[in-house]
Design a protein around this ligand. Structure first.
Ligand code: URA
Ligand code: CA
Length: 442
């Protein structure tokens, strides 16, 4: 028999919890037998004392098993999942899904909605007229088998422990704890049923982890949890100190993804998608040599095969694929205004968090869970850190449906940029690749 105050006390004093103790807490909490106040104290103890890898793995598995464990065995081949720890202008999933599927990777993607300043892939896809993100289990599996990739909202039964714990962490200042984030993300990946996992762990102003060292540690722990759970995992640590692509907003990110698949995307977005795509091909056993995988993916962009795959996914999920050619079929905001550079020079900094919050307040994201999204609004950037700017030329273009909000957002976006007189180096996007055997830093 366990006594909850003793488990809390043990962690508070820096002790190591056993698997049984951790399962007892999580199971009791999900069943409603252990109250929020005891779990709050436990979370705070973990926040200050941390957890070792064995404890974090036990926590992950206890959470994963708190609800439905999705069985994807009806899908032929190796299923590879991709997960990003959340960012601004992070159009990666929208590009990577069709790109990797066009090369034969099987991807059954369950995705969340955006909350706070980070966008959610499901919300972005819903800006395509007709697109359904609520697939039945059978439809989901059928589309992956026939098309190679499908994307659906997370079922209510997936990791109920995370839903309860996340809501509690959010109001008890215990979100930014490495073991708690690792268990939250990996429990959902493991319950989601994929065989192999590619993680994109972001750091910087627009990410959960502000420091590179913390993101690297988070990546290392998640990769080891994946290994212990029998799901081979590779993690990349990437820069989110500035937005990844140029579009911040739902319909705008659909346009950006379509452009990238037509070979016209920003080089950072393209490079990250190629790198993650190669990794997925290798993990799926489709290609041994990463260079060859990269050539294949580039070829699929050039030939239009990757874009065709995106259209096929959209069509099969009820959306109008013409919207990927004729962008006027996507929601469009009534007003737009340029944010002009106030002097000649080079972009020195772009505050990703401030841009994300500005887009959210324009209506592109939710401040509360049941807020409605305005798919049409957002911000197009005209450059990234290191790019040259000229006085009076646009740094960005703001799209809004309300003139008051438009004027406000223009000032916010302007305040998000810093311009330097002297040349500024471009920021390196991909900073580390982490496997269970090895850490490569770039
Ligand atoms: N994303 C998650 O899913 N969980 C966290 O705790 C943080 C980011
Ligand atoms: Ca995401």
């Amino acid at each position: 028999m366990f006594f909850v105050p003793e488990i809390i006390e043990k962690k508070r004093n820096g002790g190591r919890l056993s698997g049984e103790e951790i399962h007892y807490l999580i199971d009791g909490y999900v069943r409603g037998e252990i109250p929020d106040y005891q779990i709050s104290a436990f979370l705070m103890a973990v926040y200050f004392r941390g957890m070792d890898e064995a404890e974090t793995t036990e926590l992950t598995m206890a959470m994963a098993r708190s609800g439905e464990m999705v069985d994807l065995s009806a899908i032929e081949g190796v299923k590879v999942d991709k997960h990003s720890s959340g960012g601004i202008a992070d159009t990666t999933t929208l590009v990577l899904l069709p790109l990797a599927a066009s090369a034969g990777v099987k991807i059954a993607k369950m995705s969340g909605r955006g909350l706070g300043h980070t966008g959610g892939t499901i919300d972005k896809l819903e800006s395509i007229p007709g697109f359904s993100t609520e697939l039945s289990k059978d439809e989901f599996i059928k589309i992956v088998n026939e098309v190679g990739a499908a994307i659906t909202g997370q079922s209510k039964d997936l990791v109920p422990a995370d839903k309860k714990l996340y809501a509690l962490r959010d109001v008890t200042a215990t979100v930014d704890s490495i073991p708690l984030i690792a268990a939250s993300i990996m429990s959902k990946k493991i319950a989601g049923g994929a065989d192999r996992i590619v993680l994109d762990v972001k750091f910087g102003g627009g990410a959960f982890m502000k420091r590179y060292e913390d993101a690297l540690e988070l990546a290392r722990i998640m990769v080891n949890i994946g290994k212990l759970a029998g799901r081979r995992t590779v993690a990349y640590v990437t820069d989110m100190d500035q937005p990844l692509g140029l579009a911040v907003g739902n319909a705008m990110e659909i346009i950006e993804a379509a452009e990238a698949l037509k070979g016209r995307g920003h080089e950072d977005l393209l490079n990250l998608c190629l790198e993650l795509g190669c990794e997925m091909m290798v993990l799926a056993g489709l290609e041994k040599d990463k260079q060859k995988a990269r050539e294949k993916l580039l070829e699929n962009i050039k030939s239009g095969k990757a874009l065709e795959k995106f259209k096929e996914i959209v069509r099969r999920q009820g959306g109008n694929p013409d919207a990927l050619e004729d962008y006027s079929l996507l929601p469009r905001a009534r007003f737009s205004r340029e944010v002009e550079a106030w002097e000649d020079g080079f972009i020195e900094m772009i505050d990703a968090l401030r841009l994300g919050l500005t887009a959210m307040k324009l209506g592109a994201g939710r401040q509360k869970k049941d807020d409605r999204i305005d798919h049409s609004v957002g911000i197009w950037l005209c450059g990234k850190v290191g790019d040259r700017v000229e006085k009076g030329k646009p740094l960005a273009i703001v799209h809004a449906n309300d003139e008051g909000k438009l004027s406000w957002a223009v000032e916010e976006v302007k305040g998000s940029f810093r311009i330097a007189r002297e040349k500024v180096e471009k920021r390196k996007l991909i900073r580390a690749r982490v496997t269970a055997e090895n850490i490569e830093e770039f």
